[in-house]
Design a protein around this ligand. Sequence first.
Ligand code: ADP
Ligand code: MG
Ligand code: MG
Length: 932
Amino acid sequence: MATITLPEAPVQESKKTTTKYVYFFGGGKADGNGKMKDDLGGKGAGLAEMTNAGLPVPPGFTIQTEACREYMRNGGVSKEVDRQMEEALSKLEALQGQKLGTGENPLLVSVRSGAKFSMPGMMDTILNLGLNDKSVEALVKRSNNPRFAADSYRRLIQMFGNVVLEIPKHAFDEVFDAKKKKKKAKLDTDLDAKALNEVIEEYKKVVKKHARQDFPQDPHEQLVMARDAVFRSWQNDRAKHYRRINNIDDMLGTAVNVQAMVYGNLGDTSGTGVGFTRNPATGAKEFYGEFLMNAQGEDVVSGVRTPVHISELHKIMPHVYDQLRDITTRLEKHYKDMQDFEFTIQDGKLYMLQTRNGKRTGLAAVQVAIDMVSEGLISKDEAIFRLDPNQVVDFFVSRLDDKDVRPEDVLTTKGIAASPGAVAGQIVFTADDAVEKAGHGAEKNPVILVRAETTPEDIHGMEVAIGILTSQGGATSHAAVVTRGMGKTCVAGAGEIVVDERARQMRARGQVFKEGDWITLDGTAGSVLRGKRKLLPPDPENLAKLDKFMSWAEPFRKIEVRANADIPRDAKKAREFGAEGIGLCRTEHMFFAPDRIPHMRAMILADNEKDRRKALKKLLPYQRKDFEGLFKAMEGLPVTIRLLDPPLHEFLPKREKLMVDIATLPRATAKRKKVLIAEYKDYGVKRASDLKEVLRSLLARVEELHEFNPMLGLRGCRLGITYPEITEMQVRAIIEAAVAVEKEGIKTHAEVMIPLIATVKEMENQGAIVKRVAEDVFKEKGKRVDYHVGTMIELPRACLVADEIAKEAQFFSFGTNDLTQTAFGFSRDDVNKILTAYLQEGILKQDPFAAIDQVGVGELVKIGIERGRRTRPDLEIGICGEHGGEPESVKFCHQVGMDYVSCSPFRVLTARLAAAQAGASDTLKVEGGRTK
Ligand code: ADP
Ligand code: MG
Ligand code: MG
C-alpha cells in the first residue's frame, strides 16, 4: 500500500487554457492513460489504459479529481465541468447510437467513484442510471426480458435513493425482504417481473417519504445529482476514516467515471465476477476469483448469493473463460504486478470493468515478487518494493486455524487487534500469577494475562505470558504498545468481556471463566475464543523466501539497524533478526526483577547518602552481570546503555493504595493482614505488628516523591545529578562488565547514554562522573576498554543547543517519544482522549507517537543533527524511540542522515526493509519502486 501522498498538483487558473475536466474513453482510444492516477483516479486510469490496449471495455468518460476539489471548495462544480460533461455524453451517445434514458434503445450508464489510491467499498457507485418509468418499458421491449428490466430499475432506485438522497439502506431492504417473504422466494432471482414491479412502486413511496421528493425521472438530472453525490462521498465518515488509517491525503479528491452499462443480469448467458491473477493470500500462481451468473455489480461481494469459484466458468462458458485468462494475463504483464479485476459477461460477451494492482498479504507479496523475478517480469530492484515493511510480521506469527472454530466458540470479535498472531493459553489475572503459573518455560505452560488494563507494574507478567487480553484501553494503550514491542499477541479493549481481577473471574457471553481456563486470542483479527483452538505455525519455507527477498533489498541499505533490548535473551533475538547493535538498553527494567526490587526500594527509601550507597552496592553485582550478558551476546557490536531514567516513585506502591491500606488496617482480618505482610515484605514488614509503622513511613516517602507532573519531574539526568551515587554505581557496573568480558577475549563497545539532557552543563556534570569512575575501574583492574559517552536528545532545548551539547557528547540518540511529548506538550499516557478528537477533526493526520511528526518534531531533529555535527562532524546519530521501527519514520531517519535506527527486536526486519527501500529509492532514483 502506497503511503506517500503527493502535494496537490498546481491548478492552472489562466483564462486562456481551460482545464480539461473530462477524459473520454471508447472506440479503442482514450484521452487519458494508466499513468494519470492523480487526475483520473486508479479506476479511471485503468479504464483508459485498458481501452488503449484494445480490450473490451464499455465506453465512457472520467471527470477528473480537480472537479471534486472544486466541489469541496465551492460546494458545487463550475459551469465548465457541466459543459464538458454534456459534450462527452453526446460523444458517448453518438458512439453507442443511443440516447441517455430515452428512445427505443435507451443508453444507461454507471456512475462510479475512483480515487488515486483504491479505497475498497469506501465510496459509492450507482448502476443503471438513465432508467425511468418510460425507458424501463423500452428496455423491456428491447431485451424481451421484463424481469431484467424491472430488476435493473429497482436497483437504480435503491442505489440512487441510498447514495444520492441519503435514504438508509434498510428502508429499501425491508420492502424487498417483505416481498420475498410474501412470494416465498428464497433468492433475489426468484422474484419475477410482476413482483419486482411491485417493489419498484413501493421503493418510489420510500423515496417520497424519506426524501420528500419523487425519484427524478429526467436522466440528465439523475446524472448531475449522481455525480455530485459521488464527489460528496469523498467526505463521508467511512472514507475519511480509511484515509486516516492509510495516511492518504484528504485533499486528493475522487474522480467520477461515467460508463455505458453492460448487463450481467440479462439471463443465463450473462454474469459478473471478480478475480485475481494470483492467489492474494498465498501468492500462488493460480487464477483466483468468484462469479455469479445472472447477476449485477455488487452481488458477488455483498453475500446475497453465494458466488461460485472461477474455475466453474470454464465448464459453463469455455471460450469466455479462456478470453478472460488471456486478457488478465496480458494485464498482469502490462502492469508487471498481480491484478485484481472485475468483469461482466453480457449474453456471452466478455467486458472488463476494472483492473488494479491487487492487495495481498505479506506472504503473498514475497511469493509474487520472487515468482515475477524468475518469470522475468520484473527486476530484483523492482521486486524489493513489493513488500510493505509493516507486513514482515505476517511471516512470524502463528495463525488461527479457522477450521477449528465453531460459532459457539467465539466470545467476541470486537476487540482491538493490537498485536498480531494467534495464541491459546490458560487464563491468569495478575502479573504475579502469570510468573508463578508459567514457570520457566512459557511454551510448556502457556498463560494468557487477562486484565482490565495493564500498567508498567505488570511487565514481569507480560513477559512470561504468551498473550495479553484487556477489556479497556485502545490501540495505543499500555498493553497494545508494550506487546507490539515484544512481538507478543494482544487483544486490547475487548469491551464485551468483563474482567473482575479481584474475584479472578472473566465473564463473556454469559459464561464465567476462572483462572486456569483455556482461551484463544487472535490478535490479527481482534477476537477471543473459548478453549484451546488449533493454531497453524509460521512456515519455515516462507521464512526462507523472506530471507531471499531480504538479500535483494539489503545491499541498498545505508543506515544501521539496532535493537532496543534490556536483557541478553532479547539481545540474542535481536541479532537473529540482524540487529547490528543495541541502540537502547533501559537499565530500570533490570531493577523490577523480584531479587532486585527490594534493594532498589531500600535505595529509594534511604534518607541519607550512606544508606543509599549501601543499597546501591547490593544492586551493583546484578547490574554488572546483566551488562556482561549483553556484551557477550553482542560480541563487540555497540551496546548503548541508558542510565536510570524514570521517576523513582514508579518503583514504590501507589500513594492511593497506601492510604487505603493504612485506613483499613485497624479493621483488617487475620487473613487480610497476611496478604499485607507478603505485599510489604520488601519494605521490612516481618509480622503484623510492623505494618502500621512501615506503612506510615512508606507513605511519608511516597508523599515526598509525589509529583504533579512526573513526566517533567525528577527523572532522567536529574536523578544522577541529585544522587550522583546512582550514576557512579551504574557506570561502575558497565565498565567493570566490559573489562571482565574483554579479559575473556570478547570485544565490547559500550556507549553510556545520559537521558533527558537540556543543557551542556548537565552533560558536563554527568560526563565527568562517567570518566572519573571509568578511570578508577581501569586502574583497579589494570585494563582499559574503549567506550563512548553521549546523550539522548529528547527535549526541544537540547535540539536548539545541540552544538553546545556535542562538545561533551560523542553520540546523540534521539528519544522521539519524549521529544514528541515535549514538543507537542502532550502526555503520552493521557493523549488518547485528545487524539480521538484531533484525528476526527483532521487537526492531526496521524498519531504522532506512532509515526514521527516530520514537520514539527522532525524539524527539531534536523536542527539537532545539523548543529551537533557542526561541532563534531563525526558525531554518531541514531534514534531509539518507538518510531525507529515505523517504516515512514525510518525513511525520514535515512533522509536526514542518521547513522542508525533502533527499535524493538521484532521490528528489526521491518526497519531493515524500510531502510533498504529508502536507500534504494535514492540510488535508483525511484519513488516507492516507480520511476520518480
Ligand atoms: P467499487 O470501487 O466499490 O468496486 P465500482 O465502481 O467498481 O465500485 O462498481 C461496483 C460494481 O458495479 C462492480 O461490481 C462493477 O463491476 C459494477 N459496474 C460498474 N460499472 C458498470 C457498468 N458500466 N456495467 C456493468 N457493471 C458495472
Ligand atoms: Mg470495483
Ligand atoms: Mg525519554
